[in-house]
Design a protein around this ligand. Structure first.
Ligand code: B4P
Length: 187
């Protein structure tokens, strides 16, 4: 399976990707996780990404696209992958098409987890208490949702137009959402 996972910040993309990777036997590739690992390791990529992440902005496309292109070329992604948090704007979606064309493969499905902004804000504020992520503060969450609405939400129509979109309600128990996603993909 070659899939992308869409949805607003806090909808449960990372949470569900960790479960779906086991169900489908393909690696979950989270651009957010790769950036955070680089920030933690103090790499040049991490230094560059950090200022954007902490401000709730997207990391520039040239940095993100090159990182995903390299990751998709690794052996474990040859039989499939689940991209979590990429693409995040139409330019990245076009670039993903080009990467897949170069690899001679196609996307099977775009899964969107839906959740309203009040719900996701509450979830992220709760996570802030537990994990203390620098981008889970109220003003940064507001900015992330703004960026989502302007840059990422148009991808719903982009993938729907190709007949690749499945949408799943992200409200409810985490297990329920997983089962909805598995059922939606099987349809
Ligand atoms: P991400 O790491 O992708 O973070 P996110 O969108 O906020 O979602 P995340 O996956 O962490 O949270 P989830 O919804 O699972 O991005 C962070 C930053 O990295 C971006 O702002 C940007 O700067 C940069 N970045 C990443 N990708 C990029 C790209 N392609 N281009 C440019 N920049 C990029 O879960 C949130 C919380 O909800 C958790 O605490 C979870 O436990 C809880 N939760 C999940 N499901 C739930 C449920 N059903 N009920 C209750 N709580 C639930």
């Amino acid at each position: 399976m070659r899939a992308v996972l869409l949805g607003p910040p806090g909808a449960g993309k990372g949470t569900q990707a960790a479960r779906l990777t086991e169900r489908f036997g393909v690696p979950a590739i989270s651009t957010g996780d790769i950036f955070r690992a680089n920030v933690k390791g103090g790499t040049p990529l991490g230094v560059k990404a950090q200022e954007y992440m902490n401000a709730g902005q997207l990391v520039p496309d040239e940095v993100t696209n090159a990182m995903v292109r390299a990751r998709l070329a690794e052996d474990d992604a040859a039989q499939g992958f689940l991209l979590d948090g990429y693409p995040r704007n139409p330019e990245q979606a076009v670039e993903l098409d080009s990467m897949l064309a170069d690899l001679g493969v196609e996307l099977d499905v775009a899964m969107e987890i839906t959740a309203d902004f009040d719900e996701v804000t509450q979830r992220l504020l709760k996570r802030a208490e537990i994990e203390g992520r620098a981008d889970d503060t109220e003003p940064v969450i507001r900015k992330r949702l703004e960026v989502y609405a302007t840059s990422t939400a148009p991808l719903t129509a982009f993938y729907a137009g190709r007949g690749l979109l499945v949408q799943v309600d992200g409200l409810g128990e985490i297990d329920e959402v997983t089962e909805r996603l598995v059922a939606a993909v099987a349809r």
